[in-house]
Design a protein around this ligand. Structure first.
Ligand code: GTP
Ligand code: MG
Ligand code: ZN
Length: 353
């Protein structure tokens, strides 16, 4: 199997060198459901799990391999044991759902990330949704492309295009319909040999339908999302990476019910550059924009240059990230404590021997 076709670059090979010399193999995760993996390697496509040593040394969910990752495996009679995760060159992540404060990687080592929204049906387009996905994308290391899908169901597409342009300056925005095929040619411009494209978006927006339309087949199961199902049933239930005939690599994954932010406040700045630039023009450098004289934020809202709703969404996301930062630092302290406890336990057990 030619791994370069699967996106292998010198970066990943270099980081596996020591183990490759000892008879291990390099592989890419092409399917993931829970902690069971399918991996493409020089020896073909194999099933695999992480080793006990791997589990012992991994503290966080994000330390585990996920779809798109390059790993080093030991192969015993067609099953693989993953010994090492190679540093990711990019990854799209979010805060894991629920109360845990952990980063969850949605797809790794992607060149482009298609942020898919539906103009009708499923979970509908909101400006806040676009801003959230964009903020995560700017932090991913991949290049974001905004895909406004289900254009066939929408009769004011130009209004959505305009709204999106205002909040996503500089990011390509493509109107598509997986049903009629509109816009697919524009998407195909990003499908290049050896390049990996991740698809993300809420459940039911048409990620799998777009992948099917792009590969001209029926590789991915698609389905209607039942609006009355509070559990938010996903049609796609596992993550999968596929290699198209034209040599590009696509990653499908279950849609999200919500996108909780992950990262620090800096990650907001690329999405809300207009606001951070205005802040620099306030008379006082520590202006809180709540009534100080010479406040550029307030005057821009009054003159209509800055949309107040956008400013409020910015504040909301900033608060969320500040809260996350506090929670993460508490968790890091606890993790540290646990680590030292383990180490001192281990040291004591050595003394007893
Ligand atoms: N009319 C129309 N329907 C579409 C379009 N794209 C997808 N659909 C339909 O929308 C439904 C959901 O599409 P999926 O591709 O399964 O959505 P998904 O984003 O993969 O959803 P999850 O796998 O749950 O994340 C299916 O019934 C599709 O046929 C489109 O462009 N136009
Ligand atoms: Mg799907
Ligand atoms: Zn101000």
């Amino acid at each position: 199997m030619d791994l370069y076709k699967w996106g292998l670059t010198a970066h990943f090979k270099e980081r596996a060198k020591d183990l490759l010399e000892q008879g291990y193999y390099l592989g890419r995760i092409v399917k993931e459901s829970r902690h069971l993996y399918e991996i493409v390697t020089e020896k073909g496509r194999i099933k695999g799990k992480v080793s006990g040593h791997f589990i012992y040394t991994s503290l966080n969910k994000a330390d585990y391999p996920t779809i798109g990752d390059w790993v080093v495996v030991k192969i015993d009679s067609e099953t693989g044991v993953i010994e090492r995760l190679i540093d990711r060159q990019s990854s799209f992540s979010r805060k894991s759902a629920g109360i845990e404060t952990e980063e969850q990687i949605i797809a790794a080592n992607i060149d482009y990330i298609f942020l898919v929204f539906a103009l009708e049906g499923g979970r509908n387009y909101t400006e806040g949704g676009v801003e959230r996905f964009l903020t995560r994308a700017w932090d991913s290391g991949a290049t974001p492309i905004i895909v406004l899908n289900k254009s066939d169901l929408c009769d004011n597409t130009s209004e959505f295009l305009y709204k999106t342009e205002l909040i996503a300056a500089g990011t390509p925005i493509i109107l598509t319909s997986a049903l009629s095929g509109d816009g697919l040619e524009e998407l195909k411009k990003y499908l290049k040999p050896g390049k990996t494209i991740g698809f993300t978006g809420f459940s039911g927006v048409g990620k799998s339908a777009l992948i099917n339309a792009l590969c001209g087949g029926n590789l991915m199961r698609t389905g209607e999302i039942r609006a009355d199902d509070k559990k938010g049933k996903h049609t796609t239930t596992h993550k999968e990476l596929i290699l198209l005939d034209n040599g590009s690599i696509l990653i499908d994954s279950p849609g999200l019910k919500e996108l909780q932010l992950w990262g620090d406040e800096d990650t907001l700045n690329s999405t809300f550059e207009d606001i951070t630039e205005l802040e620099l023009l306030c008379r006082f450098s520590d202006c809180t924009h709540s009534g100080e004289p010479g406040c550029k934020i307030q005057s821009s809202i009054e003159s209509g240059d800055l949309d107040e709703a956008r400013y409020n969404r910015y504040l909301k996301m900033k608060k969320e990230l500040q809260f996350l930062e506090r929670k993460t630092s508490v968790k890091a302290q606890l993790d540290d404590k646990k680590k030292w406890k383990d180490i001192s336990k281990f040291a004591k057990s050595l003394k007893k021997q």
